[in-house]
Design a protein around this ligand. Structure first.
Ligand code: ADP
Ligand code: ZN
Ligand code: ZN
Length: 676
């Protein structure tokens, strides 16, 4: 009798599937998990197809240990999507596919696992019962947006370009409602950039869709919760999945609509493992499935904006803010406070202090935004010039006051802050600059009797603590909220009428060509937290560069013009999105060996480049901006091409050669890097 062979992918950096002997042809269903031997270990793999008889050494082909049939097979489309992502980002298929599954489904199961799957299935078997809320009456602008979405069929990418507070969420909900009503099986996927935004939206979705199962998917879930949510989606019980980046690969057999909220947000791009862009993968997924997708933002990424400009994406605008009782409402004016004339005291200028006091007086809330946690970014000795460097990284260690420590925000290094200068013994060490802890302290002195809350990564380490803090702000129990970018996104604070932005200047001076785009988006977002329910509001920005052109566009709330100017500059300089990039990074004990590897790779590239690739350009290897993290030296080599297919073909050949090299340091490839 002829043997049956199966192709199996595993979470290893191999571009081709491995071949195993299958028990019988009937069980070789693509998309089914199985247990296979790999070297001396056993691993969970995924069957992706049947294989012909191996060309040689058939006797050495090992059999599949076990087929894990208790979870139904992943769809053909899902396999296609993960294979596409693996090819695109130059990783192994299994590295994308297996890594996207919940941990429980990736582990070789023990004997009691069938039982535990049954338990996991129970967690989402009954829809949440919550008091239902009726849909609000849409404004004319919202209705026409929803109509345009509903009219589309097949693959139709839309950019919903709506200013902050224009009611984008209601448009998403109405579009989802239409899809779910049109087909009793249909599922919708809603991606959000920030874990802290999921509870708010999840509650909103459950209230709006009573009787439907809504599941959340993000990295803060316990293994069981994540697997339960995943199974509910995979088995069609969950009609709506809301999640962060990793949810883009969730199995959704009846997916009919994808929404990517705040599509410009950098957190859609991962910084570890396979560095995929969940936004871009979402668009690809919609294309493979031939379904509509909505990318929403007040400040779209320039990549997306460029697609809309050439009408590859359909542009839908929401130009008006929704005020109290659904009436339209102006965006708050943005005022620039020149810190060269208004000297800050402990980080705050006088106009800012006055505005805070006046807002408190009126019983309204303020937001103070500063993208720097800790108390002081560096501690200095004015006698000998000692500075608090991290001993393992090329950055300063930050002073944290609550426990009097110096901490590195890159490697986790932590030590008690010295009482005197380690070099000269000077007792009067100074914390230089401002972090959120220091601003919180300054505010306490400035506004005695008020309630001040700080939200940053340090204040929210405990599970649910961020949620509790945001709830307190929403409930009106907080007068002034101080925070990092965690507070800038998405939240709809009703009584907030003052937004203060401290020190955006570092980003203005950055070498990264994407810095202006990011800063503009952040400032629009933060400014958008003010005046969302009709309160007269102000936004004050403290800066040394008030005449910077970015601020002029910001004050006009004119993203479109800002984007056009930026795109024109990028086109002239042949920068993305007018060229395509990849970044090869190397990590080694010394900068010399990291650079040596990249130089060798550079030479190897010269050989891998054939005439057809002449459009691929390689830059010289250089140390990264953060040269050293946790004692590891880091260097990079940038690759560019005006033609994506050529770039990818070159990368494939080149990386195959690099993978074959022995004794190379750790290296990684990132396609479409966001940070250079
Ligand atoms: P965006 O995401 O565009 O910044 P939101 O979706 O958060 O804006 O909406 C802003 C506010 O307006 C929310 O409080 C929302 O409940 C409210 N809102 C949205 N649409 C309407 C409407 N048609 N009528 C009344 N209120 C609305
Ligand atoms: Zn000293
Ligand atoms: Zn460090």
């Amino acid at each position: 009798m002829a043997q049956t062979y199966a192709e199996v992918i595993l979470d290893i950096p191999l571009s081709e599937p491995l071949v195993y002997l299958a028990p019988n042809a009937a069980e070789v269903r693509p998309g089914t998990r199985c247990v296979v031997p790999l070297g001396r270990a056993t691993r969970v793999g995924l069957i992706v197809g049947e294989s012909g008889p191996p060309a040689f050494a058939a006797s050495r082909i090992k059999p599949i240990t076990r087929i894990l049939g208790e979870v139904g097979p992943l769809s053909k489309h899902w396999l296609q999507l993960t294979q596409f992502a693996a090819d695109y980002y130059q990783h192994g298929w299994g590295e994308v596919a297996l890594a996207s599954l919940p941990r429980i489904l990736r582990m070789v199961p023990g004997v009691r696992s069938t039982q535990s799957l049954a338990r996991l299935r129970k967690s989402h078997s009954i829809p949440w019962s919550e008091p239902a809320t009726a849909a609000v009456e849409l404004t004319a602008e919202q209705s026409s947006a929803v109509d345009r979405l509903n009219q589309s069929s097949g693959f139709a990418p839309h950019l919903l370009f709506g200013i902050t507070g224009s009611g984008k969420t209601e448009v998403y909900l109405a579009a989802i409602a239409q899809k779910l009503a049109a087909d009793a099986m249909a599922q919708a996927l809603l991606l959000v950039p920030e874990i802290n935004l999921t509870p708010q939206l999840e509650a909103q979705l459950r209230a709006r869709f009573p009787g439907q199962t809504v599941v959340a998917m993000h990295s803060n879930l316990a293994d069981g919760e994540r697997a339960g949510a995943w199974l509910a989606a995979h088995e069609g019980r969950a009609r709506i999945v809301i999640g962060t980046r990793l949810a883009v690969f969730c199995s959704l057999p009846h997916l009919a609509l994808i929404v990517v909220d705040e599509e410009h947000d950098p957190s859609y791009k991962g910084s570890e493992g396979v560095r995929y862009s969940a936004r871009d993968i979402a668009v690809k997924r919609a294309q493979l499935l031939d379904i509509p997708i909505v990318l929403g933002s007040a400040t779209p990424s320039l990549e997306t904006w460029a697609q809309a400009s050439v009408e590859r994406y359909r542009l839908i605008r929401l130009a008006n803010r929704i005020g109290a009782a659904g009436a339209s409402n102006e965006l708050p004016p943005i005022e620039l406070i020149d810190t060269r004339t208004h000297k800050p005291r402990n980080g705050l200028t006088e106009p800012v202090a006055l505005a805070l006091a006046a807002t408190l007086e009126r019983g309204e809330q303020s937001l103070v935004f500063l993208n720097r946690r800790g108390y002081a970014p560096v501690v200095a000795c004015e006698t000998c010039g000692w500075l608090s460097h991290c001993p393992r990284c090329s950055v300063f260690a930050v002073f944290h006051k609550p426990d009097r420590t110096l901490r590195c925000h890159h490697c986790g290094y932590m030590a008690p802050a010295p009482r005197s200068c380690p070099t000269c013994g000077n007792q009067a060490l100074k914390g230089v600059g401002q972090g959120t802890q220091r601003i919180e302290e300054t505010l306490q002195g400035l506004l005695p009797g008020s309630t001040i809350a700080r939200i940053d990564r340090d204040s929210t380490r405990q599970r649910h603590s961020a949620q509790r803090a945001f709830d307190a702000v929403h409930a009106g129990a907080v007068d002034v909220l101080v925070g990092t970018q965690m507070v800038a996104k998405g939240h709809d604070f009703q009584r907030m009428s003052l937004v203060i932005v401290l020190n955006p200047d570092g980003q203005l001076a950055s070498h990264d060509f994407r810095a202006p785009e990011r800063l503009f988006a952040t400032l629009m977002q933060v400014a958008g937290r003010a005046g969302r329910s009709g309160l007269r509001s102000r936004v004050l920005v403290q800066t040394r560069f008030p005449s910077h052109p970015l601020f002029a566009a910001l004050q006009r709330h004119d993203y479109a013009q800002f984007a056009e100017t930026q795109l024109a500059e990028r086109a002239a300089a042949r920068m993305p999105p007018f060229t395509y990039q990849a970044l090869l990074t190397a990590e080694a004990r010394s900068m010399e060996s990291a650079l040596a590897f990249l130089r060798a790779a550079h030479e190897e590239a010269a050989e891998a480049l054939d005439a057809a690739d002449s459009v691929v350009r390689l830059f010289d290897p250089v140390p990264m901006t953060l040269q050293q993290i946790a004692g590891v030296a880091r260097a990079q080599l940038l690759i560019e091409s005006d033609q994506r297919p050529q770039l990818h073909a070159f990368l494939r050949r080149w990386l195959t050669a690099l993978r074959a090299r022995r004794a190379s340091p750790r290296w990684n490839i990132e396609v479409d890097p966001l940070q250079l």
